[in-house]
Structure formats: structure tokens, C-alpha cells
Design a binder for this molecule. Structure first.
Ligand SMILES: [Fe+2]
Ligand SMILES: [Fe+2]
Length: 148
């Protein structure tokens, strides 16, 4: 597996959780569980991706802007999650906020997959693509168990 394939595994999980969240009913217990799962997935992925993908990309002039932009968007998504955590799940504005978060997530994943992965593919060596995948997977799994 290379780093792009490894990152896409969590991207697909994020898409599935976002779709489940938007389809969830406001009163059942499932919305809370799906939201926590999405939060955990996003946070573990963002941090592991920053350490094992964007930090190495900062070393190359052609991928500095991509790294900055992606990390800025990670921060924006963290703030959107925090904002949702501060509201009751059945509050009138909650679903509107969740929809905004899910749209942001989809925008971010598309930009990574369609733009940044291509740029990164040109600067990382084949050996790096494989070793970074291993580092990312280990980091992601460790982080995911620590987030509550
Ligand atoms: Fe990302
Ligand atoms: Fe990502």
C-alpha cells in the first residue's frame, strides 16, 4: 500500500459517516454515536496525515502551499466540530452546522485526492510513498484509540 491508498481508507470512512450523520434522526441515540465516530475519525486522520504526509511535503517548494492550505482546513474543521459539540444535538441550528461540516469535509477530501495527491506524487520517492503509508497507519490507529 502507498500513502495515497492508505489516506483514502479513512477518506471513505469519513464520507460514509458524514452520509449517516446527515440521514440520522434528531431524537435517537444514533446521531450522537455517529457524530462521535466522525469526530474521532477526522481528528485521528488529520493529525496522522499532517505528521506523515504534509510535514514531509513542506520540504519541497512545489508542495508548501498545498500543505499550508490543507492544515488550515483541518483547523477549520476542528472548529466546526467544537462548535457542534457545544450545542444540543436537537438544537435548531445543529443540523445546519453538521451539514456545513460535511460539505467542508467533502470539499477537503476532493481537493486532497484530485489535486494534492497528484502534486505529492511528483515529489515523493516510491520508497517514501510506501514507508509513509506504514508510518501513517500506525500513527492513525494509535491516535484513534486515544480520542474520546
Ligand atoms: Fe486532510
Ligand atoms: Fe485526508
Amino acid at each position: 500500500m502507498n500513502i495515497f491508498e492508505a489516506l483514502r481508507v479513512s477518506h471513505e470512512t469519513q464520507r460514509a459517516l458524514a452520509a449517516q450523520l446527515l440521514a440520522s434522526s434528531p431524537d435517537g441515540p444514533e446521531r450522537h454515536k455517529i457524530f462521535l465516530d466522525l469526530k474521532r475519525e477526522l481528528k485521528a486522520h488529520e493529525t496522522a496525515e499532517e505528521r506523515c504526509f504534509y510535514v514531509p511535503l513542506f520540504e519541497h517548494d512545489s508542495t508548501v502551499n498545498a500543505s499550508r492550505h490543507a492544515i488550515h482546513e483541518h483547523h477549520q474543521m476542528d472548529e466546526m466540530v467544537e462548535d457542534l459539540e457545544g450545542q444540543e444535538l436537537n438544537a435548531p441550528g445543529w443540523m445546519a452546522g453538521a451539514k456545513k461540516l460535511c460539505e467542508k469535509v467533502e470539499h477537503h477530501l476532493k481537493e486532497e485526492e484530485n489535486k494534492f495527491f497528484q502534486e505529492a506524487g511528483k515529489v515523493l520517492t516510491e520508497a517514501q510513498k510506501t514507508s509513509l503509508a506504514k508510518e501513517y497507519e500506525a500513527e492513525f490507529l494509535t491516535l484513534r484509540t486515544k480520542i474520546d
